[in-house]
Every structure is written in structure tokens, then in C-alpha cells.
Design a protein. Structure first.
Lengths: 266, 266
DNA sequence: TCGAGCTGTGAAAATCCTGTTAACGCAGGG
DNA sequence: CCCTGCGTTAACAGGATTTTCACAGCTCGA
């Protein structure tokens, strides 16, 4: 039923017998498997673009809990399955509450471990958008997921990949205010570190490129203290009457900035 | 960390001992619980708007597998946890592959069952779009969590984030008096320092903005020595008869202020 | 009726947030 | 090895928002 698409799994364990058998079966099933014998920095896990992580925290000693917490906190979309020896109910509950998705007790049949990894991955994938390649038209924009690019009247905006994904995300949620954390989580794939300004910087780059190809339109609106909202708005008509003497109290920059801060007009 | 929002769970089991204990704990945790002792038509499960289903398929006999398959197929967004007696690896794998999210073996500690239900719900909720985008209508107000903003007839109240959250909190507890400490704790996220007047100040700002867009309505009522209560009340009709000589003892300001202090009328 | 204790207000002071720039580090291509 | 494009960070300035204060108006029990 659910296409058992190739799963990208990382295994952190030193039980060579278990791991070897698992690796063999995983290969047969066409999974992408990565192995490690100790704590892997969350950043590296991010780079692996995993579906799930199977881990025996016992080999991390006291660090185990902290590591699990860190991983689950930074990668909320990663399925985490703990597979370890004897444990108490309290330990299992603690792990599950901490963010772990499933907790299996060794000795454990590899087939069951794989089935649980599948279940967790499936659950995670559920509700996720299919790779929709349908072009999205909004305002003067044409957003084409199949090309990772946006156009205005045939001209490309020359967006980089991140810029495109950010624009796509915002446009897909048209009209809804998205918080920075949400944006970061969905575009970057992991939790935003406190104080990270990447989203703001990319918003600016986007606005710049959008304005270059589509002046007279305002697309991304700031909601102070919250995040951003996508909504194409034509601003061409708002021509302020200044026949001879332009008001020197408002520079062109200030004016364009004022347009962005439309949250008050939300 | 993760707001342990109320979970809606259905339990299909005849093990009265287990179910009773679970029901007690679920109630303590503030969960919505539904119970059944036999197969419930998937349509009814849909109507219950559940987060998860905890089921012992043993009591369905041979029908068990078919039932699980039907439920998992029809409600791909429902978390399904099987909790049953002894089982073989093959059975568990079959269940998990079929769509079940977790499989626990009895006897099982209720706390662990709950933790697993939480884990499944959490994972399921993730990647899903904000379910709390439901606008709240009250009085002339329309409160939209998805926009972090409130409107009256299409016009934004221009609330800042804090103002919005305060209003949202109050409106959600419609009719109930909330103490300052409670309000502060829920909106600010930490305990209120002694002598802090922030809540009062924000209440004033809110009343100001509410009155600006929705005169003739009174929303926030003061309860002296306690806190505030939200309750939309139309006050347009309260036109005091003063044909010729308006009573000079009561200024317009004093009058509008008096409306706020309705605790005596509570 | 009076006074201590609360609450409403308005404004100044302190913080926080976002827009913008520019420097840095990395990785791929020439 | 140098160049170029891209993403990440740090730093600053201008505003917007939140806190803090001081005072005036209200309540309620003595």
C-alpha cells in the first residue's frame, strides 16, 4: 500500500552481530544505511538527510540522555528508535517523552526492528506533501517546483535553492503567517538556533529579487514579533501626489520599507 | 517542552483492570477518552476526531487483522497502537507493516502505554499543518490564530503579539475569571514578579483597540482583587434618558470607565 | 466617611526585533 | 591554486514593543 520507498537509516550501535544482520537485510530491502559506533554530531545527522535513526544509547553512558534530547530537539522530523538492553518502565517513558519515537528491547529480531523503523518513517512521511511539481501562479509570479525556480513573464528570478524553497514554502501557505521557527524547520530541516538571522537575510534577498523582476508588487509581509506572510499585492496605484516638490521627509528607501511593514494593515 | 495538548484517544479493549487504570490516568492528564469493547465502525472513529486508537485485536478474533487493515487504510492520520498479549515476531511485523504505529505487549504499564500514545500522536501531528487555525468568533470579534490577529468586520485591530496572545487566552476562557498570576504565567511563560503591572497595562491597550473597532461592545471585565473575565456584551442600548439636562456629575469618560467595572453586576 | 489597597492611565525608559551590509568560510570549476 | 557563487554570522541603526513609574481614580471593609 504505502510505497516502501527507500529509507535512509543511520544505526549507532556496537553490537556487531545485530548490526551486521540488519545491514544485510537493509541492503536487500534497498535501504540506504549509515553506521557509527559512537555519538554523531547532530549537524552530521542533518547532512545525512535521514528518515530514521536506530540507536543504543547504552554505549554513550551517561551522555545518552543528553544526546537523545539534543538529537530529538534539533531534528524533530527525524524518526528515532532506541534499541537497547533491559530497561525500566521509567526509563522507557522518559525516553519517549523526550522525543524518542519507539523503544525496542534487545535481544530483538532484525525484522521487527526494520518493521518499526518503517512504521516510524511512514508516520513521519504521512501528511507530507507529495513532490508536487504543479506550477503555482500568484501575483505576477510563476513558481515552478520542477525547476526550483520562479519566473515573472518568462524571466527567471535567478533564485538559489534555499531562496526558492523559502519562497515556495511561503507561497504555499498563502495568506498565513509563518513563524520564523516554522520556516527554518521546514526549509532548513532542523531546529533554528536561538539568535539565528538566516531567515531574515534570505527574506531580504528574496524581496530584492522579487522587486527587481516585479516592481509594483509586494509579496512578503512582515508580522512584527511573529514572522512573515506571503500575499501578492499590487502597489502600483498608490502613487502619492508630489507634482513638483517631493517630500524630503521620506526617502525612497524609507518608503519601500514602509511598504514591507504592512503587518499593521494585515 | 512540547505543549502536551489534550489528546483524544479511543480504547478498544475488554481488560477492565487495564482500561480502568488507564482511564484514571488519562483523566488526570486531561485527555479525552472514549471506550469500546468491540469493533467500532471506522466511520464512527472518524466522527470522534481522534488522535490515537489503543486496541487489543485479540478480542476481535480472526476479524482482528481485517479490522486493523480497514482502520489503518481509512484513517491514515490516526495513530494506532496495538496492546495485546503474547505475540510472535511475525505477527508484530505483520501488524506494523499493515499500518499499525506501535505494538505493545501485555502486561504493560499504563504509564508506558500513555507515553507511547503521546509519542505516536506527537509524531503524527508533526508535519501536519497547524490544526489550531480555527478562527474564534465572539461578539463582533473574529480571532484568527493563524494570523496572530483579531478582526472586526474585516478590519484588523493591529494587535501586537503579546496583545493578541492575551486576548486569545481570555477569549478562550470565555466567561471565566482569570487571575493575573495565571494570565501572566500562560502568556509570558514564566512566573509574575510581585508588583508587576504588565497585565493591567496590556489589558488597557486591548480595551483601547477593542473599543476603537468595536464601540458599543464591552469585552473585558475587571473583577476587583481577582483578575479579568472575557465576555462580549452589547452596550449600545444602554442609552440613559437625559432629554434636556445631562447629569454633569458623570463625564463621558467616567461613564465608559464604569462600563468596564461590571464586576458588581457579575 | 476614611484610608489602605487595587486598578486605570499616560509617558518615559529599557528592550527587543527587523532591515541591511559586509565579512567569512566552504565547495566546485577552471 | 585562484575565482566565483552560496550560505552563515556578526554588527549596526532605526523602529516597534514592552516595562517601569508616578499619579489619579475606585472599592471595600472598618
Amino acid at each position: 500500500m504505502n510505497a516502501p520507498q527507500s529509507i535512509r537509516l543511520a544505526v549507532i550501535d556496537t553490537d556487531s552481530g545485530f548490526v551486521t544482520v540488519l545491514a544485510k537485510r537493509a541492503e536487500t530491502a534497498g535501504w540506504q544505511l549509515r553506521q557509527a559506533a559512537g555519538a554523531v554530531p547532530p549537524e552530521e545527522l542533518v547532512a545525512m538527510k535521514l528518515n530514521a535513526l536506530l540507536i543504543d544509547p547504552a554505549l554513550l553512558g551517561e551522555e545518552g540522555w543528553a544526546y537523545l534530547e539534543r538529537v530529538c530537539g534539533m531534528l524533530p522530523d527525524l524518526g528515532v528508535i532506541v534499541c537497547t538492553g533491559r530497561s525500566t518502565v521509567a526509563q522507557r517513558v522518559r525516553g519517549l517523552r523526550l522525543g524518542v519515537d519507539d523503544w525496542i528491547t534487545k535481544p530483538c529480531h532484525p525484522e521487527e526492528a526494520m518493521a518499526r523503523v518503517e512504521a516510524v518513517s511512514r508516520r513521519r512521511r504521512r501528511g507530507r506533501h507529495e513532490p508536487e511539481a504543479a506550477p503555482l501562479l500568484t501575483g505576477e509570479l510563476q513558481i515552478r517546483p520542477d525547476q526550483f525556480q520562479a519566473f515573472v513573464g518568462g524571466d527567471s528570478l535567478d533564485l538559489t535553492r534555499r531562496e526558492f524553497e523559502l519562497l515556495h514554502l511561503l507561497a504555499d501557505a498563502k495568506g498565513q503567517v509563518l513563524e520564523r521557527e516554522t520556516i527554518y524547520q521546514r526549509v532548513w530541516g532542523y531546529a533554528m538556533a536561538h539568535g539565528d538571522r538566516s531567515v531574515d537575510v534570505f527574506i531580504r534577498k528574496l524581496r530584492q529579487k522579487l522587486e527587481k523582476r516585479s516592481p509594483n508588487w509586494s509579496y512578503i509581509h512582515t508580522h512584527f514579533g511573529v514572522g512573515y506572510r506571503f500575499e501578492p499585492e499590487s502597489v502600483g496605484e498608490v502613487v502619492i501626489e508630489v507634482p513638483d516638490a517631493p517630500d524630503p521627509s521620506m526617502s525612497a528607501e524609507a518608503e519601500s520599507r514602509a511598504v514591507h511593514n504592512s503587518f499593521t494593515a494585515g
